[in-house]
Each structure stands twice: as C-alpha cells, then as structure tokens.
Design a protein around this ligand. Sequence first.
Ligand code: GLC
Ligand code: CA
Length: 554
Amino acid sequence: MDKKWWKEAVVYQIYPRSFMDSNGDGIGDLNGITSRLDYLKDLGVDVIWLSPVYQSPNDDNGYDISDYRAIMQEFGTMEDFDRMLSEMHKRGIRLVMDLVVNHTSDEHKWFVESRKSKDNPYRDYYIWRDAKEGKEPNNWGSCFSGSAWKYDPQTEMYYLHLFSTKQPDLNWENPAVRKEVFDMMNWWCEKGIDGFRMDVISMISKPEGLPDGKIPEGGLYGDSGCVNGPHVHEYLQEMNREVLSKYDLMTVGECAGVTIEEAEKYASADGKELSMVFQFELVDLASGTYGKWTDKRVPLKDFKRVMTAWQTELEGKAWNSLFLGNHDQPRCLSRFGDDSPEYRVVSAKMLATCLHMMQGTPYVYQGEELGMTNAYFHKLEDYKDIESIQYYTELTDAGLMEPDYMMKCLMLRSRDNARTPMQWDGSEKAGFTDGEPWIKINPNCKEINAASQLDDPDSIFHYYQKLIALRKEKDIIVYGEFEPLCREDNQIFAYMRKLDEERLLTVCNFSEQSAEFEVPVEFEGSRCLITNLDRKVFKGKIVLKPYEAFVLYK
Ligand code: GLC
Ligand code: CA
C-alpha cells in the first residue's frame, strides 16, 4: 500500500463564477473565495480544485483561455490570486488549478497569429485543413453540437474545434506547442500551486489522418475518435518528465471515454502519468440517442455494476476519483437521489455515505454539501450555458426532438443546474451578491442554505463534515480493499472494506421503499460510525427505511 497525501485528501470543487461575489457585480470572484475559506476549513476539505480563473472571453465560462498567465478581469488580479493561495496554504488547504490545454480561446495570441497566414510561425499550433469537395474536411461533430470544423475566410481553410467555434484545438503533435504548455505549467508550479485538473486531456491526441467517424444511429455527425488517441500516453509521460515529476503535485485527468484498462495507463501506480482520472462511465449511464439529452434515470443495478467494477478492478493498479457531480453535470441529489421535500435530506446523506466510504479520492462539488438541487429553469432565456442553448436549437430545429421534451431534458440535465449561485443564506440574493447575479438564483435558497445548516447539527453540511473527518481518522476508509455484497439487490447498495483485521460495512437503501437487509454475523457487536437515521440495533434481518444508510466498523 503506497501512501500518498492526495489519496487521503477530500477535494472541494469551486466554480468561481457562482461561488461568492465580493464587489456586487453579480459575478463570483477570487476575493469572494478568500472570504469563504473558513467555511471550507470548517467542512474539513484539504484540497480545492478551482475551475478556470484565467483571462477569457467567456464563451464557455473560462474554459476558453486567451492568456494562461493572467487572471480574468471579472475575477480579480494576480495579487488577489496570490493572496487567496497564501490564505489557503495558511489553513492547510492545497490548490489544484484547472488546466485547459486541449484548446485555447480564438482570442489567444497564438490563434490570432495562426489564422493570419499559412506561413505564420504559429500556423502549426492549431489544426488547419483544406475543404473536401467544398465542404468540411471530415464528418466530425463538436461536443457542443454542429460540425467540429469552422471555415476561416482569411486563409480559406478550416480549423478544428472539438468544442465551441471559439475553442480551436491545439496541435499537440507540434513540439513547440508542448513546450509552451509545459513552460506555462512550470510557471504556475513555481508560484506554489499543488496540482492540476486536466480538462478533456484524453482528447489531445487526434487520430492519424483525421478520418471520418462513425455516425451514431439517428445522429448528425461522426465520432471524432479523439478519445484516448494514439499519442496521448506519450504526451502525458513527456509532461510528467518535464513538469509533474519535479513537484509534489496531485493531478487528475478529465477522461471522457476512458475504460478501466485505459485508466490503468493514465493513472498507473508507477506514477509515470497522472495521480488519477475522472471516469465518465457512471455519469454517462442511461444515455439516449442524443447522449445526455434524455429523461431516463439511472437504474441502481447499473450504478452498482459500474461503481463496483472501478473499485475492484483498479485495486492496487491505479487510484480512483470519486464524484457524482461537477459543473458539467446536473445536481447529484436531483439525479441520483430524491430532491422532494420529504426525502431531500435523507437521500443527500445516503448518497454521500455511499460515495465517501469507497476507495479513492472524493470530490465535493460546491453546494453539494448543502443538498443543493437542480434549478429546473423552464424558459430557454434563463439558460446561459452554450452547450444547453446550442443543443436545444440544433435538435429542435432539425425536428429530432419536440421542444417540450427537449426543455424537460434541459431541466434534468443542463450544466446550468449546477451553476446557479452558491446558497449562503436565505435572503433574496442568497448571500452570494449584492447586485444582479449573472444567472438566476434557485428560489429554494430560503430552505436550502449554508447559514441555516451551520446552526443545525443534523444538517447535510454537518453530515459531510463528519464523513470527511472519518476518512481522516481511519486508514481503512482510504486504503481498505472493496468487496461488494448482495450484488443482485435492486434497492440496496452494500459493500465491505477490509484492511488487515479491520472491517467496514456500508449499507445504503437507494429506494423510496423500505428494504430488507441481513447484517452479516461478523458485524454483530460492531460500532456504527455514521447513519442518516436513528437506528440503534444492527443485528440479523433488519428493514431499512427509505434512503436509510449506515456504516458499521469493527
Ligand atoms: C470540460 C469542462 C467543460 C468544458 C469543456 C471544454 O469538459 O469541464 O466545462 O466546457 O471541457 O473545455
Ligand atoms: Ca464580482
């Protein structure tokens, strides 16, 4: 068992635009974050992953970067950043920065140069191709709808953008690009940051010759095949030699399309590439013809199958990251739990128990620790997210989805569900801002907010605080081996953890019905470490209440 600080850590993700506004312009900022560090210290997290704060025209809320070494004006200055970092370190909290290097903004000086002429020194920093029979160079679709190619009249060629037209893909085959990226990363490391979360890093290496991809049934565009491309591991090993190995960092790769086998390469225990990856198998469950745009819920049996596979198959080979939500996903309580007034609190605690007792590094997305729910905006004009707006238009214009149904899908799956402002208190602006917030505040801030939960010892906040503290107390929660129990049960997710002579049993009822469970004899007389209800006796056959969860230890 190879001990590492980042295996023992709990990470909190901040989406800066929506976390805390310090100057009344309705946009969260760095000074806002600094002002709330004591709250995070109190929660007990050890690492903050900060979504991008670099200079950006905000076509995709900061994931389109025009200067990697400058802070976005709306968020503050480099001095504000330095102060924030030092205040984090004073509290023993480490900082992981978002690294967005699959693409830049089209306003980045490299692209501004690149598009000027075919012989510009920056031309080859991006991926340019001639038209094919008067059309796009191939059939690839962008992840944000539409073609992945944009025609640029200046040089009469197309450039590749796997995301928005304002996010041209960098050409990683060019050694000069890799050197620029590594220099920039070293620059941030020298500033004293503690790691990187690497945006869509599994897509940086494009398939040889950029061939047409398979068009899924009912779809409009071909799959780019850029996921886990031919040189991605080479590039990451080079990055590791040039940057990562020189510092004591935590790194996590956002790896859409990663399989367990691939994850063993990205995050292998020999440390040649990254510390861990975000897998998408779980959050992509129950996808429909148009990917995430469906109203299907994830059946528990699939949830269990995927979680169990990652837990058992990475054991001893690579490290897991544990997450149910982030800024690209709907609120996990709304998606996997039950956000109705009756079951909101108990099901939020149950989900947290299930995730935090597993092996891996848990991630808490801002507001999750309060049980924040989806926004359920039902008017298109309330949505700000480029992906939501573009897909709504593409799918309804093409007659592929009924507008009402597509709106329902947005309410369930739009990224904006996770991007409404943090609910600090029950006032009109939720304590987030004194001005007009950039996106609507969820009106349920009156019932769901930090101020009231800090005062309530039974709140979701205090439950998370306890789960995080338990992880610090018990090595078995971090390092113990995972063993699934009652695999065929359609209501209960139960598993055991084992470390030498110690044993930990986690039992979660995922349904709104009561459910039977037989406590294994070896847990008779064991101690209950945490539960979301008030059961006292854990022996023989018991009947769990809706969404009940508990953890036994011996
Ligand atoms: C990642 C980010 C997402 C962004 C996309 C393009 O998936 O998490 O927010 O839109 O990459 O950078
Ligand atoms: Ca502000």
